[in-house]
Design a protein around this ligand. Structure first.
Ligand code: ZN
Ligand code: ZN
Length: 571
């Protein structure tokens, strides 16, 4: 009986598809059935029997029988064979253009994502990269040799220009710290970039010096690094930019992401994304946040706003108020557990701006009604953001602006209440508990501060939603690593850092789907399986809610689907 009904429906559907009105009829392009279809709607897990898709949007979510009333001859029925089907992952903070830079640079990552454990390893990989004919065109065009992803917390010592000078090349060399906040240049690089004994440290940054002299030792912290790398990237031609955008999207899609961010876009990065959008090269939605100081002009273009143009939009502006804790440049209210070389015992990092400047920047964002993202890792930088938002809110009145605290790694309990009061949305960084948790405990923060790093549970208990991000290319854009770290808080050494701050797997999933959509003001279109939302999905080989949390990292992305199209399939 049921079968006959379906046959009749299919027949009518087939007839309808034959005429011009077919486009507007309720016939599905695809129907997904027979898996764990996790909707991510609501506070507890909810499953559906079927999802029907039409023209890149969700047409129906619910029972199998009703779903099949949308079936026609042209409908693809996908049997999920028990696999898990859920909303595509949404990047709450990452740099897809930066990931593109990573994909064209020498890879200097340490285990488990790479092989580097010594400075000698860095030199071996860099020399192989320099000698590889594949890279010659890029090196000649850019005039630089770039390596990405060194992590001094996992090396035998901190590399300097003296080490990089051992490379057999006449080109300037830059290796970029995995935090994207520091770099090391060889002597030629220092010369080309113009750093000498006479160069003073700029506001919000440090040019490290050789002991007992004023000679730069090659290491650039924060502002001098940012200015140098933006300068290099501004010279990339269209082919290099296109390769970066493709590389970035491919990597994101392989981890199940269907919406990506470029969360501190330079003018060149914005132009590259705009071109990719015009050329139809974006296979996923990309939201850019313009570097406030260098690229805010882009907010006067038609790309700024909530509507995507060919998969691209500009969402607002990005500010950075301090550095990174693992690089010991985050701005704390109390001293680092172990001060970095050459710093006094009471060293507590530093901010990017004096208060007046920081407050003026937030004020301008409120005045122009731009969504503002503020990178603040240290609790002193977070205090500065909170005060800036409080002042601007008082001046311009309450409104749904969703300013975002990016990272907030050393959030204090007393600051969490203020986030709630001021409607500051926390985008947290618990993935750090895996990558640098041991380092935070032993060297960066000590206890009890290390246990309270990225306090997702405390934020939740204050009644706030939060997101959990990868900040790629700081780490790989690996959604399962985000889940695993947010749920288990297990460090590289296997210890659990701050077990009180663990959250459930379902909450961690909310933080990369539903709540991430909310952070982007896209909750009406994305983040859950609901009628009218975009057909952005990920298919996983296991259900994260049904595996032991310590096995989350073993889950594989089988397929990533954006606007109804498969953009990644596991080989
Ligand atoms: Zn950041
Ligand atoms: Zn970032």
């Amino acid at each position: 009986m049921k079968y006959r009904l379906i046959m009749i429906v299919s027949l009518i559907g087939a007839l309808v598809s034959g005429c011009d009105s077919a486009k507007n009829s309720a016939s599905a392009d695809t129907i997904y059935v027979d898996g764990d279809i996790l909707t991510m709607e609501g506070d507890t897990p909810t499953y559906a029997e079927a999802v029907a898709v039409k023209d890149g949007e969700i047409l129906f979510v619910g029972d199998r029988q009703t779903a099949f009333t949308y079936r026609t001859e042209a409908t693809d029925v996908i049997n999920l064979e028990g696999k898990t089907f859920m909303p595509g992952f949404i990047d709450s903070h990452g740099h897809i253009y930066g990931v593109g830079l990573q994909t064209i640079s020498a890879r200097l990552l340490s285990p488990p994502d790479g092989t580097v454990t010594t400075v000698a390893d860095i030199l071996t990989i860099m020399q192989a990269y320099i000698d590889d004919p594949v890279n010659q065109e890029l090196i000649t065009k850019t005039g630089w040799i770039i390596g990405f992803g060194y992590d001094d917390s996992l090396l035998d010592f901190y590399p300097t220009a003296k080490d990089l000078d051992k490379l057999d090349t006449d080109y300037p060399v830059m290796i970029i710290h995995t935090s994207l906040h520091l770099s090391v240049l060889n002597s030629k690089g220092l010369e080309v970039a113009g750093f000498t004994a006479e160069t003073e440290n700029p506001q919000g940054g440090i040019i490290r010096r050789k002991a007992g002299t004023n000679e730069p030792n090659g290491v650039l912290e924060e502002m001098p690094f940012i200015v140098t790398i933006f300068g290099i990237m501004n010279s990339f031609d269209e082919n290099i930019q296109a390769a970066m955008i493709k590389g970035g999207q491919d990597l994101y899609a392989s981890y199940g992401f269907t919406t990506a961010q470029e969360a501190r876009a330079s003018t060149a990065g914005l132009q590259a994304l705009e071109r990719a959008s015009k050329d139809g090269k974006l296979v996923m939605d990309v939201v850019a946040y313009a570097d406030f100081q260098r690229a805010k002009d882009s907010l006067s273009t038609s790309y700024y706003g909530q509507t995507y143009t060919n998969r691209y939009r500009i969402g607002g502006v990005k500010l950075g108020f301090d550095g990174s804790p693992q690089g010991k440049t985050a701005w704390l209210t109390h001293a680092y557990h172990v001060a970095p070389d050459g710093q006094p015992a009471d060293y507590a990092g530093y901010g990017s701006y004096p208060d007046a400047k920081a407050f003026a920047l937030i004020d301008e964002a409120f005045e122009k009604d731009w969504q503002v993202l503020v990178h603040a890792n240290g609790d002193a930088a977070i205090d500065q953001m909170i005060t800036g938002i409080a002042l601007a809110t008082e001046k311009y009145g309450p409104k749904d602006r969703r300013p975002v605290l990016i990272h907030g790694q050393t959030l204090r309990q007393d600051q969490i209440g203020k986030l709630a009061e001021l409607d500051i949305f926390p985008s947290l960084f618990p993935i750090h508990t895996f990558y640098w948790g041991d380092w935070h405990e032993q060297s960066v923060l000590g206890q009890p501060r290390a246990d309270f790093i990225s306090p997702a549970k405390a934020v939740l208990e204050a009644g706030l939603k939060f997101t959990s991000h990868h900040d790629a290319p700081v780490v790989l854009p690996n959604a399962m690593r985000i889940l695993s770290a947010t749920v288990t808080r297990r460090t590289r050494s296997g210890k659990v850092l701050g077990p009180d701050q663990s959250v459930s797997t379902y909450i961690a999933l909310k933080s990369i789907t539903d709540w991430a959509a909310y952070q982007l003001f896209e909750e009406a279109d994305k983040g859950t399986l609901a009628v009218g939302k975009k057909a952005d999905f990920v298919i996983l080989d296991q259900n994260p809610l049904k595996v032991d949390p310590d096995s989350l990292m073993e889950i594989k992305v089988l397929q990533t689907i954006s606007a109804g199209k498969v953009i990644y399939e596991k080989p």
